[in-house]
Ligand binder design. Structure first.
Ligand code: DAT
Ligand code: MG
Length: 151
C-alpha cells in the first residue's frame, strides 16, 4: 500500500539553510525517510534525471544550477507518497504555488524552487534507481517511543 518517491533538495535549499525545515514539512506530513544522501550532481545524472527536459530551452540553466552546489537526495515512503510530496511542494512556479506549500511559502522564482518530487509512481521508480542502489533504501518500521521501555 505504501509508495516511495524521490525528493531532491536543490542547491538553493542547502544554500539558504532550509534543508531541515523542508525535511520537517515532509516528516510532518507523515512521510518516512528511507534513503538520504548529500551529493553533487554531474551532467550524466542531470541528463538522466531530467530526460524529459533535455531538449527544453531551460535545460541549460536548470542543469548548471542543479550541478552548481551540493544537493540532498532522499527517498520518502508513505501512503500515496508521490501525490502527497507533490501537494506538499506546491506548483512548479512558486508564484502560482499556494500558501502553505513549501514553494508557496519559501520560494518565489521558478528557477529557484527548492525541491524536486517525482510526478508519478513510474517516474519515482525510474528516478529512485538513478540516485540509490537497492541496498541504499532501508525497509523499517517506526516503533521507537521518545522514552525507554524497561523490559
Ligand atoms: P517540477 O519540478 O514541478 O516537476 P518540471 O518537471 O516541469 O517541474 O520542471 C523541472 C524543473 O525545471 C522545475 O522544477 C524548474 C525548471 N523549469 C520548469 N519549467 C521551467 C521554465 N519554463 N523556465 C525555467 N525553468 C523551468
Ligand atoms: Mg518534474
Amino acid at each position: 500500500m505504501s509508495e516511495r518517491s524521490l525528493v531532491l533538495l536543490k542547491p538553493d535549499a542547502l544554500q539558504r539553510g532550509l534543508a531541515g525545515r523542508i525535511i520537517s514539512r515532509l516528516e510532518d506530513r507523515g512521510l518516512k525517510i528511507v534513503g538520504m544522501k548529500l551529493m553533487q550532481m554531474d551532467m550524466p545524472t542531470a541528463q538522466r534525471h531530467y530526460a524529459e527536459h533535455v531538449e527544453k530551452p531551460f535545460f541549460a540553466g536548470l542543469s548548471s544550477f542543479m550541478m552548481s552546489r551540493p544537493i540532498v537526495a532522499m527517498a520518502v515512503e508513505g501512503k500515496s507518497a508521490v501525490e502527497v510530496v507533490r501537494k506538499t511542494m506546491g506548483a512548479t512556479n512558486p508564484q502560482n504555488a499556494e500558501p502553505g506549500t513549501i514553494r508557496g511559502d519559501l520560494a518565489v522564482d521558478i528557477g529557484r524552487n527548492l525541491i524536486h518530487g517525482s510526478d508519478s509512481p513510474e517516474s519515482a521508480e525510474r528516478e529512485l534507481a538513478i540516485f540509490f542502489a537497492d541496498g541504499d533504501l532501508l525497509d523499517y518500521d517506526r516503533e521507537i517511543e521518545p522514552w525507554v521501555t524497561e523490559s
